[in-house]
Design a protein around this ligand. Structure first.
Ligand SMILES: O=C(O)CCC(=O)C(=O)O
Length: 337
């Protein structure tokens, strides 16, 4: 393209009105349960799959609708949790064998916080400020827990659509992450079709930096990052600290209480795209807080892997839900059988 045509095209783009970034979910595409006329009793009568759900589905859906979360006690069998954690320990101990991405939130890694496990020493991987990313790509057990029948049955009810898992994070220590709502960071093709699971891989100790959350905060007005609306990007005018301050202020104004998640190994917290939450301060650095966080969307809202938005994904299906194979590391898929 010549310089003149490039300039012309830049001027044309600058003069074309850009769509205003979203500052609220579109009402028409909200999950049915977030709409004003949601009729939970008739939904439950029609929802065949809910009949084998080992909790009272109508009660859990009502609780979700009001509070933006539910807890499924003893959802995941201990042996599964133990197997997953043994695999994580193997990854940490023999990091040189694995290409799993790891995020290191330590000042010495600030220039490049995401690296492959093989390039991060065991002492660093084994410490705090580490997020092991998308380990489910590598692990069949990671996929089995992510797509566990109880999680999928509940989220399929919430979306009234097939569930598709989007991504996962594994933590050995508390994240100490500031208050946030996930839709700002984890974006599907329909941002309101998003939910998450926090799976306890050990009993949570109050001094280990537990997750905290504000029940009812999923109904509050969204934060506006300025130029990028309700989504955060490196270009946003406002930053995650402004986001946290806003959420804490509006939760306080609305009289919402801050709760601390003290659940047991194998229990699962499921939360709404807009539930305000974060990681508490670690009061005893010797304590671990092993946990597995998975994010989900629906078939209609997540049709392509985020790293290959124009290719048809390779679906791995379990319990009537899907997760896409990692398009960038096919050699690392299911290396932990
Ligand atoms: O587990 C934590 O401390 C925070 C996890 C979290 O907020 C998230 O993944 O969205």
């Amino acid at each position: 393209m010549s310089l003149t045509s490039r300039l012309k095209s830049m001027v044309k783009q600058a003069m074309t009105p850009q769509p205003k970034p979203l500052t609220e979910f579109e009402y028409a595409t909200l999950p049915w349960i977030d709409k004003k006329d949601a009729d939970i009793d008739s939904f439950v009568k029609r929802y065949q799959r809910g009949q084998n759900f080992p909790y009272d589905l109508a009660d859990k859906l009502r609780f979700w609708q009001q509070n933006g979360y539910v807890i499924l006690e003893k959802a995941i069998q201990e042996e599964w949790v133990d197997q997953l954690w043994n695999e994580v320990e193997e990854l940490i101990a023999h990091h040189e064998r694995y290409r799993t991405n790891v995020r290191i939130d330590r000042p010495e890694y600030a220039a490049q916080p995401v690296k492959e496990a093989k390039d991060v020493p065991t002492e660093v991987l084994d410490g705090p400020y580490i997020k092991i990313m998308d380990f489910h790509d590598n692990s069949v057990m990671g996929k089995k827990i992510m797509l566990h029948n109880s999680i999928v049955t509940f989220l399929e009810a919430v979306f009234s659509d097939r569930v598709v898992a989007m991504q996962s994070l594994l933590f050995k220590y508390g994240s100490q992450q500031a208050t946030h709502q996930d839709f700002a960071y984890v974006v599907s093709e329909n941002p309101s079709h998003l939910a998450a699971a926090w799976i306890a891989l050990e009993d949570v100790h109050i001094d280990s930096g537990p997750l905290f959350y504000f029940p009812g905060s999923h109904k509050l007005r969204k934060f506006d990052f300025g130029n990028t609306g309700m989504f955060y990007s490196g270009e946003s005018k406002h930053n995650p600290t402004d986001f946290a301050r806003y959420l804490e202020k509006v939760c306080q104004e609305a009289g919402l209480k801050r709760e601390t998640l003290l659940i047991k190994k194998g229990d699962v917290l499921l939360w709404h795209a807009s539930l305000a939450h974060g990681g508490d301060a670690i009061r005893n650095p010797a304590l671990t807080r092993k946990s597995y966080v998975c994010h989900y969307s629906s078939l209609k809202a997540y049709q392509h892997h985020r790293q290959a938005p124009t290719s048809e994904p390779i679906r791995r299906s379990m319990n009537g839900a899907d997760v896409f194979a990692n398009p960038q590391m096919p050699d690392q898929e299911d290396i932990f059988k």
